[in-house]
Design a binder for this molecule. Structure first.
Ligand code: SAM
Length: 328
């Protein structure tokens, strides 16, 4: 098992498979975003070699993200290979769902069991406005396919003031999906990262505001797990609902003490904290001949050095990458 200097067991790796995306969500990246050439990204065999090293160090949970991970060629083969790595107990996927219609079944057959789909509104016009490019119908088809394939579903929504809050009804509509579905709908507080921090700071919505809006429309929320964190989320249930509602509030209620994760970017850099710039270049180590033992030593040292937490309260912002280059 891998422990950091604060005795946290670090066993969860989020892996970005590409920095490219087929949407341009306003709070995630600038519209004119450019992406890295393929040669700068970890190739399949490099990625699998690295993930084998992580697994040997006690990492047991992997989540593929991006950019948009479904744009990665061979995603299904990668899922199959990673699911089979000794020590890996769970492989998940975070996606915008646009391409899930075709991929849900093959991904399930390859061993994927969980999918988190990002969706910020159920209104087609506002969906396009927030994603700049997206068609809501594609995501709906993706969700239907995921459900049919038997994938466990969570939805991620980022509330953005003036877009999907303030009387649009989007937040209660998304929360209401949990009434007759066994899904978890999570509301993620907008984090400041990269060149759009001003937008992110000005359009953030607080958890109490969201809870009020949901409760006014749908009734009281009751805490699940006696209010303890479930992963990074505080979880509630609406009256008689099948599913649950989670609030992930890294800015106003940081959960750094419970953080158990590192992030591997698509260009092979190990990011020690989402909201800090500390990074270790594993691609360079790999391409200059580091063997399994040397990589394991490098990663174990990085785990040890993981910062205690982000510095947002001290106005320390990480601006060297936008969210889509890290993966959330
Ligand atoms: N393309 C995939 C998707 O849409 O889920 C995976 C990558 S995306 C960066 C992962 C998650 O990060 C999405 O749920 C997205 O809404 C969220 N996200 C992006 N920018 C964010 C920000 N500034 N603060 C909080 N969440 C953000």
């Amino acid at each position: 098992m891998a422990f950091d200097q604060y005795n946290r067991n670090i066993n969860y790796l989020r892996v970005s498979l590409t920095d490219a995306c087929n949407l341009r969500c306003r709070y995630c990246m600038p519209e004119q975003m450019t992406f890295r050439p393929g040669t700068q990204l970890l190739q399949d065999e490099e990625l699998l070699l690295l993930l084998g090293v992580f697994a040997s160090l006690g990492f047991e949970k992997i989540r593929f993200t991006g950019g948009e991970p479904t744009l990665r060629p061979n995603l299904v083969d990668l899922v199959r290979a990673v699911t089979a790595l000794p020590g890996i107990r769970e492989v998940g996927l975070t996606t915008n769902g646009i391409l899930l219609d075709q991929l849900a079944r093959p991904l399930h057959d390859a061993g994927l069991r969980r999918v988190n789909v990002s969706i910020d509104t159920l209104d087609p016009k506002r969906f396009r406005q927030m994603t700049r490019w997206g068609n809501l119908r594609d995501v709906e088809a993706g969700l239907a396919a995921a459900e049919q394939a038997g994938l466990k579903i969570k939805l991620n929504c980022v509330p953005v003031r003036g877009y999907n809050t303030n009387g649009t009804g989007d937040i209660p509509a998304l929360a209401g999906l949990t009434l007759d579905r066994d899904w978890q709908v999570r509301f993620i507080e907008m984090m400041p990262l990269g060149g759009i921090t001003e937008f992110q700071e000005h359009h953030r919505v607080t958890e109490p505001e969201l809870r009020r809006e949901i409760e006014e429309a749908l009734g009281p929320l009751t805490a699940v797990h006696e209010g303890r964190l479930d992963g990074e989320a505080r979880v509630y249930r609406l009256p008689a609902a099948r599913g649950t509602i989670g609030f992930i509030s890294p800015v106003s209620s940081p959960f750094c003490a419970a953080c158990n994760r590192l992030r591997l970017t698509a260009d092979g850099v190990l990011r020690l904290c989402l909201l800090r710039e500390n990074e270790i270049d594993l691609r360079q180590a790999l391409r200059t001949g580091a063997d399994h033992q040397q990589l394991a030593t490098l990663i174990a040292r990085a785990v040890h050095d993981k910062p205690w937490g982000h510095g947002l309260a001290q106005h320390q912002l990480a601006t060297n990458r936008v969210m889509s280059e890290i993966g959330g």
